[in-house]
Design a protein around this ligand. Structure first.
Ligand SMILES: [Ca+2]
Length: 671
């Protein structure tokens, strides 16, 4: 029996720990990418690419066929992995939040039992990493080229392709680590995140082939809810010129730019000449997108090859668990889309492959319903550490050992980030072996899919009488899961409007509307209507750090941002990619409350107000459309309005207001 064989091996690992022979406890390398969907991994049956090095991990370990995230977006998935808790418990319900690094995480707990811990690469949780002996991380999303890496001792600039630099940095740390202790390394790539910029050496991969299109590339989103019809994530209409490589990345060196233009220039010229329309144009965009996405993956796969070779050369491979994972899945033209966010299979599913030499039987597959809430518990058990009671998942170690254990029969999901880029409505839901029930609770709409008869989720059977009893069971299960995980606050992430401020706005004839925004909340439920109107935005701030965003709405195409830069109030307006900035001549005092406001006048002039005095002004213009990215307070979430991603505000931020109209000086004084 395989179970008894593996029980012996595992027994040896546990004994090693008990005997304080720390070197016997396995090292853990968590290889983590961003937005790598399982259906772009050949071990998962990809029809569009080959990933030989990731496949090798599957051949030598266990591949989880049904691993799901709890909230399909970057920062929330990362916070869940660190804490073993769903988003509403760890505080990161969307990409705009800053992670509370004081909370319990698995790296801290591994450190407590003598592990060396390190993270190299994408962190994306705004606050500085905690619980790591070594950290060097990208700032925010980080660029594909020439990445500045933030460390405890400041930011260090690097020149080259980010995937390769993160590989060099990870290997450098491995080589210099304390070899007397076991280690846990989180090696976290930016790739293959938007905007899918390939590295040199990969520009011409796939040039001579046509990548297979998904069956649902021209989905019409019928037989589903209005949520499905109102999103903004189509290949047909929602890709930017930079996504499509019709313009190069922003920060290339002259040499990199020359190489880039040599690769894309002729292809883009041919595209412009062809003057494609309709479905032909969509097909071209799909090919451009998917090839660049796969080129980014090819570089990661090669990097994994280098890492595995290093582990073998040094003998580390024998006692090192190597995991391959990505924060969620991604739409690869499926349903006509790119991006993630939905509870639909393509974005809901995560790749999860574990090679644990001597413990996990090579070439095995597991079909249990597992989730990113389970990872922290798994790593703790691997290291022989105690699993805290308040973690919400279950260790996967018994599954990795091939043991028959009672396992969960349903998976819970909740997505919050709306309104925001791509306009995917908030929803929660439950998935079982065969069915999936989704509730778009702000819309009051539901979807029910029978995954056996409709694996592509094209036809909701929620209203179908023959599924009535199934629907009832799933509804009950969804209520049970929401209570089980403690996700029952209907106002979570929803700022409240104070009645006195609403009255205040009504009394002022010059002003059309006042949005009063709760302290430090984002994802404002109503998208403030700043298109083609003058407005005034500001806050009472008591800064404790000289640089930080007070409030922002929009991103790299349209929007505004009010912030402090080296203590100086700064106000940006962006309209159709052009950025206008006004900066105060003097810094404000730290630790003292002051009202800082930006005003956009009907003639397009912007002015900056500090304590009711105008301190600077310049020419700009009205914002021509409502930005896709939502409003965020204390940070600039989603894509950034200014040219950098913005720093989280540290200090007190109260009484944040956005007025539609020009607020007179008198009122700017008495905020
Ligand atoms: Ca992601």
């Amino acid at each position: 029996m395989k179970s008894s064989l593996f029980a012996l091996v595992v027994g040896a690992v546990s004994a090693g720990f008990a005997g304080a022979q720390s070197s016997d406890r396995p090292n853990i390398i968590f290889v983590f990418t961003d937005d790598h969907a399982p259906h772009a991994i050949s071990a998962y049956g990809s029809k569009i690419n080959e990933t030989p090095h990731i496949d090798r991990l599957a051949k030598e370990g266990m591949l989880f066929q049904r691993c799901y995230c709890g909230n399909s977006i970057c920062a929330p998935s990362r916070a869940t992995i660190l804490t073993g808790k769903h988003s509403h418990q760890n505080g990161i319900i969307d990409n705009g939040k800053s992670f509370d690094g004081a909370q319990q995480t698995f790296p801290k707990l591994l450190r407590n039992v003598g592990y060396q811990t390190a993270i190299v690469g994408k962190w994306h949780l705004k606050s500085d990493p905690t619980g790591f002996d070594h950290w060097e991380v990208l700032r925010g999303q980080g660029p594909y080229y020439n990445p500045p890496l933030k460390t405890p001792n400041g930011t260090v600039k690097h020149t080259g392709y980010t995937t390769q630099i993160l590989t060099e940095r990870a290997l450098k740390w491995l080589k210099g680590r304390d070899t007397k202790k076991p280690f846990m390394l989180m090696w976290q790539h930016k790739a293959p995140h938007r905007e899918w910029a390939p590295g040199p050496g990969y520009f011409h991969k796939y040039d001579d082939v046509t990548i297979k299109e998904p069956a649902t590339l021209f989905d019409d989103w019928k037989n589903r809810t209005t949520a499905c019809q109102s999103q903004e994530m189509t290949i047909a209409r929602h890709m930017s010129p930079r996504d499509l490589k019709l313009v190069p990345p922003r920060n290339l060196t002259p040499g990199q730019l020359a190489t880039w233009n040599a690769a894309y220039g002729p292809k883009n010229e041919a595209f412009r000449k062809a003057n494609l329309q309709g479905k032909d144009l969509v097909r071209w965009k799909y090919q451009r997108y998917i090839k660049d996405y796969l080129r980014c993956i090819a570089a990661v796969d090669d990097a994994i090859g280098h890492l595995l070779a290093y582990l073998e050369e040094t003998g580390l491979a024998k006692n090192t668990v190597v995991i391959y994972c990505s924060d969620q899945g991604f739409f690869l033209g499926d349903h006509g889309w790119y991006d993630k966010r939905w509870m639909y299979e393509e974005s809901f599913q995560m790749p999860f492959i574990v090679r644990w030499p001597g413990v996990t039987k090579p070439g095995t597959k597991n079909a249990d319903l597992v989730q990113n809430i389970d990872f922290a518990e798994t790593f703790l058990e691997m290291a022989g550490a105690k699993i805290p009671d308040d973690m919400q998942g279950k260790s996967l170690v018994p599954l990795l050992k091939g043991q028959e254990v009672a396992w969960r029969q349903s998976i819970y999901y909740h997505y919050w980030e709306h309104p925001a880029v791509h306009q995917v409505n908030r929803h929660y839901g439950v998935r079982t072996d065969r069915y999936k029930l989704i509730h778009y609770y702000r819309l009051g709409e539901w979807e029910l899919f029978d995954l056996q008869t409709d694996p592509d989720e094209l036809r909701s059977v929620h209203e179908s009488p023959e599924y009535a009893s199934i629907r009832k069971e799933l509804e009950a299960e969804l209520i049970r899961l929401r209570e089980h995980y403690g996700d029952t606050d209907p106002d979570l992430g929803t700022p409240r409007i104070r009645p006195e401020d609403r009255a205040n706005a009504a009394n002022n004839a010059k002003l059309q509307k006042l949005f009063d925004l709760k302290k430090r909340a984002d994802s404002y439920p109503e998208q403030p209507a700043v298109a083609n109107v003058p407005f005034t935005v500001g806050a009472r701030a008591t800064p404790k750090q000289k640089t930080g965003v007070l409030v922002a709405q929009g991103g790299s195409v349209l929007g505004y941002r009010l912030e402090l830069v080296d203590g100086r109030p700064t106000f940006h307006i962006r309209d159709r990619n052009q950025l206008f900035t006004v900066t105060a001549p003097d810094p404000v005092a730290m630790d003292r409350p002051v009202v800082i406001a930006g005003r956009l006048a009907p003639n397009g002039r912007i002015s900056l107000w500090v304590a009711g005095k105008r301190v600077a002004q310049t020419r700009a213009r009205l914002i021509s459309r409502i930005p896709a990215d939502g409003l965020s307070i204390g940070e600039d979430s989603g894509s950034a309005v200014a040219d950098d991603s913005g720093t989280s505000f540290i200090g007190d931020l109260t009484d944040i207001r956005l007025w539609s109209g020009v607020l007179p000086a008198r009122q700017l004084r008495n905020w």
